[in-house]
Write a protein that binds this ligand. Structure first.
Ligand SMILES: Cc1cc2nc3c(=O)[nH]c(=O)nc-3n(C[C@H](O)[C@H](O)[C@H](O)COP(=O)(O)OP(=O)(O)OC[C@H]3O[C@@H](n4cnc5c(N)ncnc54)[C@H](O)[C@@H]3O)c2cc1C
Length: 202
C-alpha cells in the first residue's frame, strides 16, 4: 500500500496530526492525497493517565477513554484517513523519494512519514536510530529520548511529533506538536504557501 503521508503512533500527537490533515480534505491540494495512521496504542502514555489540566478536555477524562474516542471520532468525521490497527512499526527506510515502512505484519510506502511514538527509551525503529539523542527537556535519570530535528523536521519529508520531538510531556503540548506538523505538511502540499485548517459556524 502506498500513501502520500503516513503517521506512525496512535497517541496524542499522532491522532492530533491525523485530525488536522483529515479536516483539510476539501482543500484542492489535499483531495487526492492518501493518508493513513498506524494506530498502535498499547504503548501510549495515555493508558494510565487522567486529565484535569488539558485544555479542551473534560475534567476527569481517562487517557484510556481518549485512546478509544480518537479512533471513533477520526473514523466518524474523517473516514478518508485510513486507520491501521494492531501493527507495530519495526523499520522506516528511505528509498529514493519515498519511505518503506515495515511493521510486524505488513510493508507500506509513503512519501511523507510522521513519527509520533513517544519518548520511551525502548524506541527501536531501524532506519531512524541515527537520529536518536537524549531528550533535551527531560531529567537524565528518566532516560527519555528524542529524534534530532529542526522545528520537528528530521529530514526531507520525515517529521517527528509529540514527546519524541523533544517536547515536555503534557497532553496539550503533544497535541499542538502533532497539529503543527500537520500544518507544515499542508503548507508543503500547497507549494510552500502558508495554510491551515479551520471549521466555522459562519
Ligand atoms: C501516568 C501518566 C499521567 C499523565 N498525566 C498527565 C496530565 O495530568 N496532564 C498532561 O497534560 N499530561 C499527562 N501525561 C502526559 C501525556 O499523556 C503525554 O504527554 C502524551 O500522551 C504524549 O503524547 P505522545 O503522542 O508523545 O505519546 P503517546 O500518547 O504515548 O503516543 C505514542 C503512540 O505511539 C505508539 N507506538 C509506540 N511504538 C510504536 C511503534 N513501534 N509503532 C507504532 N506505534 C508505536 C504507542 O502505542 C502510542 O499510542 C501523563 C502521562 C502518564 C504516563
Amino acid at each position: 500500500m502506498a500513501y502520500d503521508a503516513l503517521i506512525i503512533g496512535g497517541g496524542v500527537a499522532g491522532f492530533s496530526c491525523a485530525q488536522i490533515l483529515g479536516s483539510a480534505q476539501a482543500k484542492p491540494f489535499v483531495t487526492d492525497k492518501k493518508i493513513a495512521i498506524i494506530a498502535h496504542q498499547k504503548a501510549s502514555m495515555l493508558q494510565d493517565a487522567v486529565f484535569y489540566n488539558a485544555y479542551g478536555v473534560a475534567s476527569g477524562k481517562l487517557g484510556s477513554e481518549l485512546l478509544e474516542e480518537s479512533k471513533t471520532s477520526l473514523a466518524e468525521h474523517y473516514p478518508q484517513i485510513e486507520q491501521i490497527e494492531h501493527e507495530k512499526v519495526v523499520s522506516v527506510v528511505s528509498q529514493g523519494n519515498r519511505f518503506v515502512i515495515q511493521t510486524n505484519k505488513n510493508t507500506y510506502e509513503s512519501t511523507i512519514v510522521v513519527i509520533a511514538v513517544n519518548s520511551s527509551h525502548s524506541f527501536q525503529i531501524e532506519g531512524l536510530m541515527e537520529y536518536v539523542m537524549p531528550h533535551g527537556k527531560s531529567l537524565p535519570q528518566k532516560n527519555r529520548i528524542q529524534l534530532k530535528n529542526e522545528d520537528q523536521r528530521v529530514a526531507t519529508n520525515l517529521y517527528v511529533a509529540g514527546t519524541l520531538a523533544g517536547h515536555r510531556s503534557q497532553l496539550s503540548i503533544a497535541a499542538g506538536s502533532g497539529a503543527a506538523v500537520a500544518t507544515d505538511i499542508l503548507t508543503l502540499w500547497n507549494n510552500g504557501i502558508e495554510t491551515h485548517s479551520h471549521d466555522s459556524i459562519r
